[in-house]
Design a protein around this ligand. Structure first.
Ligand code: HAS
Ligand code: CU1
Length: 552
């Protein structure tokens, strides 16, 4: 059984804790709205349906969309959700935890505000990956640094609270939610070292003009050292919901606490030394290192398969406990009309093809076909923009009422089900056509063009129109989600459960080793050194510097 001693079941959420959670969640949805507007416009431009008024560029919108959705919406929502779950499972947030959480929030918000202004001024049209040698205003990079430093402080708050709980509960196993939050934030701390190095050592001095050139290959390598674990930083909180929240919502149990913790530790250990799978088509990295990192990439698929197994086990056992029989009988008793289940479930379902697409990308020869095509854009709209986003939406329906001491009404639940369907349908059209047209060769990161009426390129047009239609449906989904958030804030006062599952009776005990952080951090550091030291030294020795370019 999970240690329930400190789970404040049935108690209202403390106001101070609730405010911190709510501030993050509302900021996240504000970013979703702005990013959604950019997304709608760019999908219509790309589909050839509109031309932007003079002064607004396609790539400028694309930058705003990527930064606000992929970096800001996710980071804020994740921090809010984790703080909520940590408060729920370890007790009220300590003054130091709250202080770190709020300071992190303020720094990140300053960074977001400055970054957004520079994007809107068209001085940072470098897309969300901000690849050199495209050169943005130095203040855009300073803004990014502020966001990263702020998020570090938010992570320290979670570590502080967790340490305090362990000190005051000697010999007890920590609550699963808090353990998973620590893994997520530890992953973030180690991963962001790469992007911090890129921004502080390379991009800022170069964009201020203190140095003339930049080692492009090194900068991209530092970016992807961060960029891949970044996608797991998005995924792990969704997994927390799938492992910890969903069992409770469906009236079942967590299949195995030990398996859940092990999968998180494996995700932590294997998700960092794999960045080269984003650079398979790049010259300057020798085959051996690409091969090694692809092998490690395939290792990081294993904990996701463990997660799928564990979810099926939870679903099936919950069904069997309710007396259903037959191979798929359990499907019938899942709470399909409960948005707290349905939205994350659609996220899981879509993660099956989304994950399969990832394995395709990671396979060198197949990546040669899909790299830099719209297939990749399709891949990440299924993974982060559907599996992760729908799970976050599903969380919002109970998290907001839980932290504001209100309740989710049947009407809002129904609106949530509608929102989920709209999202799934919009994404089916948009991501489906992105995948297909990507296979036909259509490049990503390009505005609308007929390539001088080239025959192959004209074959892409119908798909691009479907992409635009999908984008419009998704925008309706964004608007409905924003309305739902507004309505949640007006919901009647009351009590809404913060669902925390309990482990199945008789599950295998969790090894103590799982909370010896030095061991896991040690393995991670060794793997990172093995995978990166020699290629990075080579890049520093042989790399050629490039001046900056303003391509927009
Ligand atoms: Fe990826 C590119 C490989 C997962 C996000 N990825 C991207 C980019 C993004 C992204 C944003 O190797 C583009 C970056 C850019 O701008 O350039 N990806 C993978 C692999 C996985 C993977 C191997 N990606 C993700 C996740 C993301 C994400 C998760 C965000 C959250 N990806 C790549 C590669 C590239 C790439 C290359 C670069 C390509 C290039 O050329 O540029 C794996 O982790 C996937 C493992 C997942 C599974 C699925 C498990 C299924 C589960 C659900 C179970 C369902 C149930 C319900 C129980 C094996 C857990 C079912 C119920 C029923 C009733 C049926
Ligand atoms: Cu990746």
């Amino acid at each position: 059984m999970i240690s329930t001693s400190s789970i404040t079941a049935g108690k209202p959420f403390h106001e101070n804790d609730g405010q911190l959670v709510l501030a993050h969640v509302l900021f996240a949805f504000a970013a979703l709205l702005l990013g959604g507007i950019a997304g709608l416009l760019q999908a219509m431009v790309r589909g050839g349906t509109i031309t932007l008024p003079h002064g607004i560029g396609y790539y400028q919108l694309l930058t705003a969309h990527g930064v606000l959705m992929a970096l800001i919406f996710t980071t804020y929502f994740i921090i809010g959700f984790l703080y909520g779950g940590v408060a729920k499972t370890t007790g009220r947030l300590l003054p130091t935890t709250l202080a770190l959480g709020w300071t992190g929030f303020l720094l990140m918000s300053m960074g977001t505000a400055v970054g957004t202004v520079f994007i809107l001024l068209n001085k940072a049209t470098v897309l969300y990956t901000f690849y050199a040698p495209m050169k943005a205003s130095p203040y855009f990079y300073v803004a990014l640094a502020l966001v990263v430093v702020g998020s570090w402080l938010s992570g320290y708050g979670i570590f502080y609270q967790y340490n305090y709980w362990r000190k005051t509960h000697p010999g007890e196993r920590s609550p699963l939610f808090s353990f998973m939050s620590v893994v997520t934030m530890l992953l973030w701390q180690v991963a962001t070292l790469g992007v911090a190095a890129e921004v502080l050592i390379q991009l800022i001095p170069w964009s201020f003009g203190w140095v003339d050139t930049i080692n492009v290959l090194l900068s991209r390598t530092l970016f992807w050292y961060f960029g891949h674990p970044l996608v797991y930083f998005w995924l792990l909180p969704a997994y927390i919901c799938w492992y910890v929240v969903i069992p409770k919502v469906i009236g079942g149990r967590i299949y195995s606490d030990a398996l859940a913790r092990l999968s998180f530790l494996l995700l932590f250990v294997f998700s960092i030394p794999v960045g080269f799978h984003h650079q398979l088509m790049e010259p300057g990295i020798s085959q051996f290192w690409k091969f090694l990192q692809v092998a490690l990439t395939l290792m990081v698929v294993v904990p996701s398969l463990m997660t799928a197994f564990s979810l099926f086990a939870t679903f099936e056992l919950a069904g069997r406990a309710k007396g259903v029989r037959g191979v798929f009988g359990w499907l019938k008793v899942l709470p399909w009309n409960d948005v707290r289940f349905f939205a994350p479930f659609m996220g899981m379902l879509i993660f099956i093809p989304a994950g399969a697409g990832g394995v395709i990308n990671a396979s060198y020869q197949l990546d040669e076909v899909v790299h830099n095509t719209l297939w990749i854009t399709g891949h990440f709209h299924l993974t982060v923009a559907t599996s992760v986003a729908l799970t976050f939406f599903g969380i919002a329906y109970w998290l907001i009422p839980a932290v504001t001491n209100r309740r989710l009404t049947p009407r809002l639940n129904k609106l949530g089900l509608w929102q989920t369907w709209i999202w799934v349908i919009g994404m089916f059209f948009m991501s489906g056509s992105m995948h297909t047209v990507g296979l036909l060769g259509a490049p990503r990161r390009t505005a609308y063009t007929t390539y001088g009426d080239n025959a192959q390129a004209s074959g892409w047009i119908p798909y691009e129109v479907v992409m635009a239609i999908g984008g419009m449906i998704l925008f309706v989904g964004v608007l409905l989600m924003i309305y739902n958030i507004y309505a949640l804030l007006q919901a009647p006062a009351g009590y809404e459960e913060f669902p925390i599952g309990e482990e199945l009776d008789g599950a295998e005990p969790t090894p103590k080793l799982f909370e010896r952080w030095g061991v896991w951090l040690g393995i991670s550091v060794v793997l990172i050194f093995v995978a990166y030291t020699i290629p990075v030294v080579e890049m520093i020795q042989t790399g050629v510097g490039s001046p900056g370019y303003k391509t927009w």
